[in-house]
Design a protein around this ligand. Sequence first.
Ligand SMILES: Nc1ncnc2c1ncn2[C@@H]1O[C@H](COP(=O)(O)OP(=O)(O)OP(=O)(O)O)[C@@H](O)[C@H]1O
Ligand SMILES: [Mg+2]
Length: 365
Amino acid sequence: MLGARGEACEGKPYNARLMSAKRALDILKTITVGDKDIVSAGYLGSLSVEGDRAEVVLLLPSSLKEQAEAIKTAVEKRLTEAGFKADVRYRVRERKPSLKVNVGPVGKKRIPGVKKVLAVASGKGGVGKSTVAVNLAVALAKLGLKVGLFDADVYGPSVSVLMGLEGERVFVTPDRRFKPIEKYGVHVITFGVLVKEDTPILWRGAMLHKAYEELLMQTAWEDLDILVMDLPPGTGDSHLSLAQGYTVDGAVVVTTPQMVAVADVLRAVKGFEKLEIPVLGIVENMAYFPCPENGKRYYIFGRGGADRLSEMTGYPVLARVPIDEYVSSSGDAGVPVVHAYPDVPSSRALMDLAGHVRQDLLSGL
Ligand SMILES: Nc1ncnc2c1ncn2[C@@H]1O[C@H](COP(=O)(O)OP(=O)(O)OP(=O)(O)O)[C@@H](O)[C@H]1O
Ligand SMILES: [Mg+2]
C-alpha cells in the first residue's frame, strides 16, 4: 500500500473526493470575519464533500453569536455560486470537560465474567477501527490485564484475519457456553470463526439482537478486566442492539485526519452521547506517514482532523497512530503490530492508547 521501503517519500496521493474537498476549502478561505478568514480563524468545524454536495459545520465562538446567521448565509452563498449544493450549519462553541465515568448506565445487562466493556467505533468505514481494536486489546494484555476481544461486526468480521485465527475453531464448554480462542494473550470471540466465509449474512433487528445475546452472554468469559468490542462502521442496528441491551462502560472513536471523515465520526460521537455511553476520547489513525529514510513526517491525509473533532466535542485526542507498512503488513499476516514490532512508532502510539484506557476505565479496579 505504501510502496517499498527506501522509496522516495515525496508526492502526495490525491483522489477526486479530496480534490473537491480542497476546492470547497479554498472557497471557505475567501470568507472573512474581522481580519481573518473563517478557516484560519478556526471557525470551520467540519467539511464533508461528496460529489457536488458540501456539508459544512461552523463552530463559532460565543462572541460571534449575533453574526452567526449572517456568516452561515455568506458561506452558503459562496459555495452555491461555485456550483456546490451546500448544507451549512453552525454551533456556538462551548467546551466540555473530558468524561471520566466508571459506572455504566443502570437497567442494562452486564456481560457475565467481564468487569468493563469498551467499544471501538467510528461512523466511517475503513478508518482502521478493527486494527485499533485488535492492537488495543493486545496492548492492554501486555500491560498485564486480562483482556477479551469481541468482534461485533457481523457483516464484515475482520478480527479473525487480524488475529490470525483462520482455521481455528470455537469449542463449547461442558455447560454449553462458547470458549473464547486465546491468542497473543487475548480471549477472542468473532463471528468470523463461526460463519463460513461464503455465507451471506442478512441479520437484521431481532435476529441480530439474538445473535449478540448468544455470543456475548453465552461465552465463558473468564474474569476479564476489560472486553474490547470492535463495532461495525455506522450507527445502525448493531450499535443499537449493543448499546440498548448491555452496559458499555466507554467508547473510543477512531478517525483519520481528513476533514471528510470528521463529519461522519462526529455523528458517531453524538450517537454514543445519545445512548449514554461515555466517550473516553478520539484516536487519530493514519495521522502521518513517517518516512523510513529520514523519519520526516508526511501528512498525506491532511492535518488536524482529530484536533478539530476534539474542539467540537470536548473529548481529548488519546493517540495519533501513524500510517506505516508495519501496521498493514502485520495485520495482513495475522500478527498485530504491537506484538510483531513493539518498538515502531505506530506500536508506541497504540501502547500509549492502552495506557489511557487503563487509566480512564480501570484505575479504580
Ligand atoms: N495506521 C495504519 N497504517 C497502515 N495501514 C493501516 C493503518 N490502520 C489501518 N490500516 C489498514 O487499513 C485497512 C483498513 O483497516 P481496518 O480493517 O482496521 O479498518 P476498519 O475501520 O475496521 O474497516 P471497516 O469499516 O471495513 O470495518 C487495513 O488494510 C489495515 O491494514
Ligand atoms: Mg472493521
